[in-house]
Design a protein around this ligand. Sequence first.
Ligand SMILES: [Zn+2]
Ligand SMILES: [Zn+2]
Length: 984
Amino acid sequence: MTIHQLHRTSAAAPDRPGWQVTAYTPGLGDGRRQQIVGLLTSELAVDARRTGPQQPSGPQRRGGESGFGPLPGSEAGSAQGPWASAGQRGAGLSLSYSLLADGAAVICRTVGTGVDFAGRPGNVFQHALLLTEPDRDLGGLLPADLWWWPGWADRPADGDLPAVERLVVDSPMPWHEAIARAQELYGDGRLAALLASVRGATRGGGAVRIVLVEQGPAATVRTIRLVTGSLPRASALAMTFSVPVGHPEQSRHVLVGVPVGAGLDPAAIPFGVRFETHRLHGGTGPEPGAGGGSTGGGTAPRDVGAPAGTDGARADEHRADEQWPDEHWADVSWGEVAARVWAAGRPDVLAAASASFADADAAQRLAAVAAGAGVPLASPPGDPAPGSARSPAAGPVPAPLPPGAEGWGRVRRRAVVKALRPGGYARGAALFGAGAAIAFGQLGARLLALPARTLAAGPPVLRPAGDEAAYPGYFTPAGQAIVDLGAIGDALAEALRTAGPEFAAAGPARWPGPFLGQSASARRCWRMWRAGTAIGVAVAGGLARTAFAVHRTLVITTIAVLRLADAALRFAEAARWLLRETRPARPTLAMFRRLGELGADCPYPDCARPLGRPFYECPNTHCRRRHDDLRPGRGGLLYRVCACGTRLRTWAPGRRGRLASYCGSCEGRLPDGVGHLPIVHIALIGPPASGKTTMLVAALAGLQDLAYQRDLTLSFAFRPDETWYRRSMQMVADGGWLESTATPNPRALVVTVGIPRGPRRIVFFFDPDGDLYTDQQTLRTTHRYLERTHNALLVVDPSAQPALLDQLTPKQQAAANAAAHPAAEPTYDTMRRLIRVLHADRSLPRRGGRLALRLAVVVSKTDWLRGLPSVLRLPELTPEQQDGLVRYWLNQPARLPELGQEPSKEFTETRYWALSAADCLRGRNGTVNPAERIAAAEPVLWMLGASARGFRRLIIRQQKARQSSRHPALRDPTHRAHYAGLER
Ligand SMILES: [Zn+2]
Ligand SMILES: [Zn+2]
């Protein structure tokens, strides 16, 4: 690993703004550079030079620099000497050692560069080294040794900086400096306490900061070299430092060098951090007022748990031994022994004993190693410290109180007792408040994120049960919302259950200080902390419970509201069938009766069961699941999710034909729009060979022509129907006869007929074999579709009516038989049989004693009638005259009153037409009259018009159009006169 360098300066140059990285080693990534720059910026923020105390005016103040001035004369010779020549005009020097989160280290040296080119004073230049692997990159050096590194630059360079291959320092110098510093401090009686503090800080995990108040950074760096040199290497490398610092409470380093006069700002001390201040400046012994102790313990008045040797409290009667845990006494013992080792100039002994550094009996082990190495642990030469002078310690140091630390320890203990007693209640209140605030804040934040986190963690997803095709809807009584709600509820309960103990225990684990020991004060601290956190947890938990209750209520309300909406939508959908498709002028009884028309039978003959709700098939070709109940409900309000994940609309599914629908009974494919469009059944009635099928083809041809004119839309529901229709058209046009229907109960021929932008109807044409009508027993058992049929088309074959044929001569009869393919039996017989069967079925709707059936009577084969004597001939008819003229013709010339009058007595509505299907399809004399063909569709339009005005209007429009284009021959005055009296 190479060591990367980086230069940064606040000074602007003519070609460059200030606060720029001017140079760095290639290979230093952008992210890493940003990281280092951020670190350097924060170093400057706490730098004594910028924010520290004002240097007293005097000889030490130079140039434009304010703040931490040049090194005092007493230190300059030894510390700053080597680079004083290159040093910057009295600029303050600082050095910091920081660790990055990934274990890399940054060592930065900051020098003042004075005035920049534009005349602005107070600029700084920072030279940083990035040690990716500090232990290896330092190559046996300690970070503090780099103070003496000759490679530091004092001026910003431009361009690329070379990587530093190896850090080389004139090695004996730091060693000697540290020993010299150790002897100075030992002589002042301050070394043992300092080392004890440092050993404690290695266990503090960042919660302990050691503030070194010293005269100048050089002295501080020597001290840092001394204390880090006392530690095992790993601990020494973890001991970050910064020198000098104006605001120690803002620094994140463990060892903080502070100029004399700078102090801790009690209000800014972060909670949970313990500062231990060591005043190491001046050679005149303890601070005034520091009692008999040999060290200036922390003087920050409100250091949390800092030893506060503030006044010479009388030796009180409290036995304070229990104020400190055993580790503390181990630190004190070790500090005392280590101080003597340093004073003897043998720090190598410390390195030799580093393996036992962390042990409880480190002091004894160190003493043993020292004794083995021949280091005299007796008073070192020239020891002036009164506290140390009294100590006769030699050989293994007794634990827990080494003789040398006795005085210091007693003072410390007295101070602690003193500090805890008067401030106890205030501190209790503070702990109570802090506990409540911290617990409330942290638990509150955690609970706020709890629902999202719980749902992200994925409570069990309700999958469709074995035979269900779709996921249950989210907001349904058995839906996912309830599961999610339960999961959040469980998570909330769990969080609240563990929160109390957790928060009560959280503080002391990280913040030593007032919680240590078994004293009354510590117990009170504990009590107040626990009470505070309990209050915070209770308040946050109460709020969370309330919020959850509100949430649950909302969810349950939503489910209930959606249930109601389900019901409303179902009702609306049912009502829509009626209101939208039938468009009743006013709600009448007839309207509700017409609801029955919406019901339909399956068009498949082997099923023919009433179509309930059709089922829909999932459009996913790999899924094809059946959805029996595709409507607002269990699966969701507006859509449901198929088990395969496909979304299906519950509102009007299949309306536009996007979803295929199937009969629930026989699983046959249903015409699109079933369930949304009214279905009109039209049964064709007539004996065999009466021309029913030809009639059907003619009617379809008429509808098709209307569709070509864009007066109508027509589509076949099933492709085979369309194929059959085209083939039949061709056969009739070629002069053939259509074969009679093969099966007694055929599948309905289904077409969808609609007025553009108007009503649409699905029309089921039932065209059974005529034999069905010849046997009453068969008709009784298979007329099921007639139950629903409200429309029947009775085809009257005039060539099969005996009353008509009787009026012909035998020769005429023979010719007629040859031309007409007469039906198998008189139409009246068929009709009679049908009426008997229908009357027997009491379930059929009746009105005024008549069957509620709309009967269209169509006299077919009018082309054949044209060959009869003129007295029997049916005159050319105008459409508006059809009904009356045909009735008259049946009653009078044809002598068929049973067909002309009886249907009106049996059925609620009857209407008469006469047409030749052959003329419609084949054309008269080779030309097809379009008006005639369209007229063939009129009976069908009449039946459709029963429930939709749009079809009625279409009939009127067509009749008017035919009237205006009528052939002149049709206005024959003789026919007009002949039948004028018959018109209604
Ligand atoms: Zn599916
Ligand atoms: Zn079916």
